[in-house]
Design a protein around this ligand. Structure first.
Ligand SMILES: NC(=O)c1ccc[n+]([C@@H]2O[C@H](COP(=O)([O-])OP(=O)(O)OC[C@H]3O[C@@H](n4cnc5c(N)ncnc54)[C@H](O)[C@@H]3O)[C@@H](O)[C@H]2O)c1
Ligand SMILES: [Zn+2]
Length: 371
């Protein structure tokens, strides 16, 4: 059961990601940067902070305050997904080499998922792997990309196609940083929070529904709690399947439809969480057709996404054919057969190829205005 929160609980909390000797903690809360005992996670005396021009302006000074005993260098990249490339990686590696950083340097990824992914990948490959800390500053990064150890960059022929698994030694999620996040980016992060309720914990979904106004107004206690539960759910799934052999795929609920939308839009105009909002509704509709979910629960999700300001239908010009074509590029396609994540019941997701081709076509037809 998820509790109602009083203002006296405005403290940081800790979630453990259990991965044997690579286990680490996520510290979550207002001013987590100040509260986290970072020194225990740094082995040498040199740090390299990787950030972008927007986040540097907002938070670099705060970070430096907490690293007083260390020699701190920084790399400030341009904003945007375009730097999540081999060229962006090369900028980081070159700066590390020019600064004569050795294997005792700790890299700090300060920013959203883009910075976390490219900086984490640099940490994975520089001198065959150096220590790194994640300081995620978007809601999406705090509940998703900073947890689980996936790092990497995009290639012109495919997103996230080059990468490595490299776990940080600590994740520090300061909820205060979310105050400066653009509204759309915040809502996009919320769609991943809602996803956790759908796939793993119906009571959490109920809790989000009851507390959505507070979350949307950045209530610190509520945000800390929502991030904590989201991280607990992701950490538990990742711990069972670190290398993505099976169960971890349920984290992709709504993502096959969502990625098809992102591909159609050539990764422009919509942010990831907006495409996932529509994708989750489509996966939910499929689950209704398969009998696991009621019409009422489908409507509850739709209302919730609308309250967040998220889209609930695909881009107007996107057709059934566009979906069919783009969905077959999904990495869950096996032997030419597309597998999808559906809900067996509310709060219990599964990956299956047994959804019935006609049901899938029905979902696409209902959702696409253009034919
Ligand atoms: N590694 C994983 O497991 C994983 C999981 C999900 C997504 N991802 C990746 O994450 C990336 C998306 O991450 P994102 O949504 O955080 O995008 P992002 O990193 O581009 O950040 C979104 C925008 O917010 C700005 N920003 C960041 N923090 C801010 C703050 N506190 N205040 C004001 N502005 C701020 C950024 O400069 C950027 O303009 C994608 O590349 C995606 O592939 C990775
Ligand atoms: Zn996602």
């Amino acid at each position: 059961m998820h509790k109602s929160l009083s203002s006296s609980e405005s403290k940081c909390c800790r979630v453990c990601v259990s991965l044997g000797i690579r286990s680490y903690s996520i510290i979550i809360g207002p001013n987590a940067m100040e509260e986290a005992v970072i020194a225990d996670h740094i082995f040498g005396h040199r740090l390299m902070v990787v950030t972008n021009e927007i986040v540097e302006r907002l938070y670099f000074e705060t970070v430096v305050q907490n690293f007083k005993d260390f020699q701190v260098d920084k790399i400030v990249l341009p904003d945007g997904e375009n730097i999540k490339t081999l060229e962006g990686l090369n900028v980081i590696l070159s700066a590390l080499l020019k600064g004569r950083h050795d294997r005792t340097t700790t890299l700090v990824a300060l920013g959203g998922g883009v910075i976390g992914d490219v900086a984490g990948f640099a940490a994975a490959v520089y001198q065959r792997g150096i220590n790194f800390l994640q300081v995620p500053t978007t809601l999406l990064a705090q509940v998703d990309s900073a947890v689980g150890g996936k790092t990497g960059v995009n290639h012109a022929l495919g997103k996230n196609m080059i990468g490595a698994s490299h776990q940080p030694s600590i994740v520090i999620s300061d909820t205060m940083t979310l105050k400066t996040l653009p509204k759309r980016e915040f809502a996009a992060g919320l769609s991943e929070v809602i996803k956790y309720g759908l796939i793993a914990d119906k009571c959490f979904f109920d809790w989000i529904e009851d507390n959505l106004d507070g979350l949307l107004s950045h209530d610190s206690n509520l945000l800390t709690y929502a991030i904590r539960v989201s991280c607990q759910i992701k950490a538990s799934i990742v711990s069972q399947d670190e290398t993505e052999q099976g169960h971890r795929a349920i984290l992709n609920f709504g993502h096959t439809f969502g990625h098809a939308i992102e591909t159609f839009l050539q990764y422009r105009d919509w942010v990831h969480g907006e495409a996932i909002s529509v994708g989750m509704l489509m996966a939910m509709r499929l689950s209704v057709l398969l009998g696991g979910i009621s019409e009422t629960d489908f409507e509850r999700l739709k209302v919730m996404l609308k309250r967040c300001g998220l889209p609930t239908s695909p881009p107007r010009l996107m057709t059934v054919q566009d979906f069919n074509l783009n969905m077959m590029r999904d990495k869950k396609v096996m032997g030419g057969q597309l597998r999808l994540v559906i809900l067996e019941t509310f709060g219990l997701a599964t990956v299956t190829a047994e959804y019935g081709a006609s049901n899938l076509q029905k979902v696409l037809t209902i959702n696409c205005v253009a034919q």
